[in-house]
Design a binder for this molecule. Structure first.
Ligand code: COI
Ligand code: CYT
Length: 593
């Protein structure tokens, strides 16, 4: 009897506690909280984001939005969040803006079981995985792109808003460009008079001034020019604010990194019509965040876990363009260089030449690197001979020091492969490659040579770099080679031009594609392969490219998924490896990106 009472009591307590739990975590699956920096230096950004979301609220009347004020800093946002928790029913999801708000709120939202999306949050420090989805590209990614431009300068000064956006960026730049940063000052974003800081900056005679600023950049640019700072102004995503065009006299010439979002998305026209001016990326991000969230919720996802997994690994097509969410929940989409010129925000025209040349320089420098190691190895092989233990060691070193090598071999005077590293490719030893054109040529000239793309005995299309070997009495004994695959170009180029809305291809002078972003095209010949036959503008262009070391043109061809025909613009240049020439082409879609 006593035992029974006990169990009733336990069950009663259990039910009571479950009830309490249910009550404290009750969520309204139709309620979404949107916390924006309304009372802060970023009020206009908050209003833009609200306006963008309001374009959608009438489309989804079943969803109720509550706008909250995250104020000017993290503690303001936490205060607002705590008062949100006191509401009788909680929203199932929260959208918040700004890096400092994201970092402060995401553990609290996770704790309360509220799904969290962060927008305008480039320098977000995510401590809890799988809880928060971010629509902003990480500052570290954007910096890789900005650095490509900043490399042209030697004396870089940084003037940054004093919050986790500005300070986060300052830290990234100071870490990656230590030797070039000559001065860094941060400012209170509520400040209006920047003169005394700018005078300190002027003393250091910078050639570039990086402004980690939003609308404040208008006043900063004016005051900087007025005291005689002549440095190139450089900015990042939040700097594209309408205020900067009002101060165009001072901001013309500013270069900044910015998403290449989908300007043809109906949202842009709709926003412009409703509010009298186009949105910036803040409105675009807010729109996609809200739109995707409602789409996910309409499919029955309301819990933190199911919503996170809806985004994880997804490719979402929105006003931001094609957005890919990684495993962490971070969005990735292309950024490019923009500029203010003729009092407008424009795609920066210099970027295509800059990217083409930096890709070319990178390929050449990697090639030189491979070549230097090959030459050292060829000299050492003079003593050791082409095979045997010592030659093994030399090939091992050659392979380890040639980051992009598929394999390395020695070839004797008859054109027979005599040794290979790594040993897993042992079956190529003994194979006769005497009829490969680069071997024929090397045996004649006894000079280093780079092949065109050849069908290798390894079984794929490769480029072979061969250096002759002479013994100690200067007798020709054969050659040593590094074999690279087309992926070499992919690795080298993608590091250099990550994330720009462009694509590269490399063509031999016979029309063979040696490298293309779409790997299915590698090895095809523009003049003879069927898939190109109906694209006459491309065939004509390829002909011009063969005839000219560099130039520019236009063509239409399929997009990189080979799914639809698009108009493209192209510029090309030439790189040579020994006497073998390759045409390197950079293509981008036509029109103002
Ligand atoms: C960011 O933190 O990434 C932002 O864009 C914040 C903005 C209010 C300046
Ligand atoms: N393979 C190689 N030719 C080949 O087919 N490793 C060098 C040259």
């Amino acid at each position: 009897m006593k035992k029974n009472t006990m169990s009733y009591l336990i069950i009663f307590l259990l039910v009571l506690s479950l009830n309490l739990q249910a009550e404290t975590t009750q969520k309204n699956t139709k309620l979404i909280a949107v916390m924006l920096p309304f009372t802060s230096a970023f009020n206009k950004i908050a209003v833009e984001q609200q306006n963008a979301i309001d374009l959608l609220t009438s489309k989804y009347p079943e969803y109720k939005v509550v706008y909250l004020d995250s104020k000017g800093d993290a503690s303001g946002a936490v205060e607002t969040f705590n008062s949100l928790l006191e509401m009788e029913v909680l929203p199932f999801a929260l959208i918040s803006c700004a890096s400092w708000v994201a970092t402060a709120l995401h553990p609290l939202a996770a704790d309360a079981g509220i799904f969290h999306i962060v927008i305008g949050s480039a320098n977000f420090d995510r401590k809890i995985p799988h809880r928060t989805v971010r629509f902003t590209l990480d500052g570290k990614q954007e910096e890789k792109q900005l650095a490509n431009y900043l490399n042209e300068f030697d004396r870089i000064a940084i003037y940054s808003m004093d919050n986790s956006y500005g300070n986060g960026w300052k830290n990234i730049l100071e870490k990656n460009m230590t030797n070039k940063i000559i001065k860094a000052i941060s400012y209170d974003p509520l400040k209006k008079d920047f003169q005394s800081d700018l005078k300190e900056i002027k003393k250091e005679t910078p050639d570039a001034l990086v402004l980690l600023s939003a609308g404040n950049a208008a006043a900063i640019a004016r005051q900087a020019r007025e005291i005689g700072i002549t440095a190139q102004f450089v900015g990042t995503r939040p700097i594209e604010r309408p205020e900067l065009l009002e101060a165009a006299k001072f901001t013309n010439g500013l270069i900044y990194t910015y998403p290449s979002y989908n300007r043809n998305h109906p949202m842009i026209a709709q926003y412009t019509k409703s509010y009298g001016a186009p949105p910036t990326i803040f409105g675009v991000e807010a729109f996609d965040a809200f739109n995707s969230l409602v789409t996910a919720a309409q499919k029955g996802n309301h819990s933190l876990e199911t919503l996170f997994s809806w985004y994880e690994g997804r490719t979402y097509f929105g006003a931001l363009g094609e957005v890919h969410f990684d495993k962490m929940g971070d969005a990735h989409y292309p950024y490019m260089y923009k500029e203010i010129s003729d009092s407008e925000f424009k795609t920066a025209s210099f970027q295509y030449e800059l990217l083409l040349n930096s890709a070319k320089q990178e390929i050449i420098s990697e090639f030189k690197q491979i070549n230097a190691v090959l030459n050292t190895t060829a000299s050492a092989l003079a003593k050791s001979g082409l095979a045997g233990e010592k030659a093994d060691l030399l090939l091992n070193t050659l392979y380890e020091e040639s980051q992009y090598a598929y394999d390395v071999v020695t070839v004797d005077t008859k054109g027979i492969i005599t040794n290979v590293y790594p040993k897993k490719y042992q079956e190529v030893v003994g194979q006769d490659i005497s009829s490969q054109p680069q071997i024929v040529q090397l045996h004649k000239s006894r000079k280093p040579i780079v092949s065109e793309a050849i069908q290798t005995v390894e079984g794929f299309l490769g480029i072979d770099i061969e250096v002759p070997v002479f013994d100690l009495s200067d007798k020709f004994t054969g050659s040593v080679s590094v074999l690279i695959s087309p992926d070499f170009f992919n690795q080298v180029i993608s590091q250099k031009v990550s994330n720009f809305p462009i694509e590269f291809w490399i063509m031999q002078k016979d029309g063979t594609i040696v490298f293309d972003d779409n790997s299915e095209e590698i090895g095809l010949n523009i003049f003879t392969s069927e898939i190109y036959a109906e694209f006459h503008s491309l065939i004509d262009l390829a002909d011009t490219i063969v005839q000219n070391n560099n130039g520019s043109g236009e063509y239409s061809f399929l997009d990189n998924k080979l799914s639809k025909t698009i108009e493209k613009k192209v510029i090309w240049t030439t790189f040579s490896m020994y006497d073998t020439e390759f045409r390197l082409a950079l293509a981008h879609v036509k029109g103002n990106l």
